[in-house]
Structure formats: C-alpha cells, structure tokens
Design a protein around this ligand. Sequence first.
Ligand code: PDD
Length: 277
Amino acid sequence: RTVYVNGDFLPEEDAKISIFDRGFVFADGVYEVSSVLEGKLVDNTAHLLRLERSLNELKMEAPASGAEITAIMQKLIALNGLQEGLVYLQVTRGAADRDFGFPKDVNPSLVMFTQAKSLLNSPAAEKGIKVIFVDDIRWGRRDIKTIQLLAPVLAKQAASEAEKDDAWLVMDGLVTEGSSNNAYIVKDDQIITRKLSNDILHGITRKAVLSLAEEVGLKVIERSFTPQEAQEADEAFITSASTFVFPVVEIEHTSIGKGSPGPISKRLREIYIKQAL
Ligand code: PDD
C-alpha cells in the first residue's frame, strides 16, 4: 500500500511519524473516514467541512485547504487502485517536546491511508448485526471527531467477547449512538434517532440518510430513546461511512422485529447506495 505522510506518498513500510507527535502522546488530533465507491469519494465535501469544524473546535491549524486535501485523497486512491473501501485521514497538532499546552511554531501532521473493503456487498448488510449495550464512558465533546477512541475500542471488544457485532452506548438511561456509528430505531413506521448535540458525532451518513428518508415520505423524529424502547422497536439500524446502513436484528439478546432486516432499514440502505453511486 502507498500511504501519505506530510507531503510524501510512500510505501507503508517507509512511512515515519515522530514519537513526539502529539497524536501519539496526547491523542491531540482529529480524523475522518470517507468511503470510496467505483474509485470515487462519497459525500467528501461534507467530511471535509466536519474536519474543518473539528479542527476549529480544538484550535488546531488546518494542514492544507479542502481542495488540497481532496487532491491528495484522490491521488492516494489512484496510486492504490482503490475501487471500493475507505480513506482514513488524520490531522494532529504536530510534533513537539511533551508539554500539555499548545506548542508554538509547530506544523500540524497530516496522514492518510486507504483500506480496501467490500461496502456494497457485505454479510452484515444482508443478515443484519447484533448489538449489546455498554455504558457511554466517553468525554463531553463527542461532536468533535478526535482520535481519542479508547471507549469505542473497549465497547467493540466487549461486543466481540460477547460474540456480537457491535455495542450501543447508553448514557443517563438513553442510547447515545453506536460505538462508531449513529443508532436508529423504527416504531410504527417512524424513524427515531437522537438529535444532534455534543453527546454524539454528527454523522455525515446520518444527515444524508435522514434527508433521503424524508424525501421518500418517511417520518423522522429526532429524539433520544431508551434501551427498552430499542428492544421493543419494529426495526433498528446504524449508519456510518464504513457501513452505510446496516440493519440491527438483535439488541442485548432480544430479537428485533422478526429477527431479520426490516423493510425500512433495507429500503434506506438501497436508496442511500443508489444516490452515492
Ligand atoms: N466512525 N458516531 C461515531 C462515534 C463515529 O465514530 C462515526 C464514524 C459515526 C458515523 O459518522 P459518519 O456517518 O460521518 O461516518 C457516528 C468512523 C466510520 C470510524 O471511526 O471508523
């Protein structure tokens, strides 16, 4: 694989980052994951706008303009012959001797790599996924896409040890979102998902899917729901750049609906993919 590190495209084994990089030492950085279909980035303008917002919230300098970043992403896709998969992009505050406050005169680091992945045809999309609940132990600014990801690492590991696919996070008796995706339930043909706030990541796929849902006449209600409501829902699903829409067929040992992907989840996946292509 060819990767990108601070101005250079090079084989992954030759890529180097300082051990003093603040991403490495403090998780002082932000990231984006964009999907690629038929060699083209999906909804990337929205991802770059969110990147800009994450950088602003952390008073971090942008490593390059949106147009420059897009050009680097496209070149990386071409160099790797990536048809379907993901581009991971990370910006950190740069490398400086360890000291908590912001360093002076340091350039931000920009790193990117691609991951080939089957996004259109996946067993999880066909069969649906099973999730467990875990406490949402994350910090108070989940709207910033920081690289500080220990809570989701532990949540996914807990799911994997329970032989399930993922975890939904619960705070104050309400579901916030999935470990790396937004969470939805469907009840009486209404799509219910938590409203945007600092408690969840403002998903790019969420935004696209909700507007497509409204376009086809489905009712969307942005409000929090309880774990019990989720288990009693007619359907459930998740969205993210790496999954698009995955139906959820089991929540904390309870089958959802008929225990197979529901019609609204399947339809939303279809219409999302259709407009993404
Ligand atoms: N995760 N919520 C969280 C906590 C996320 O980490 C993500 C994305 C989402 C969905 O956002 P989007 O639709 O913009 O991908 C929601 C990425 C895919 C990841 O960490 O790999």
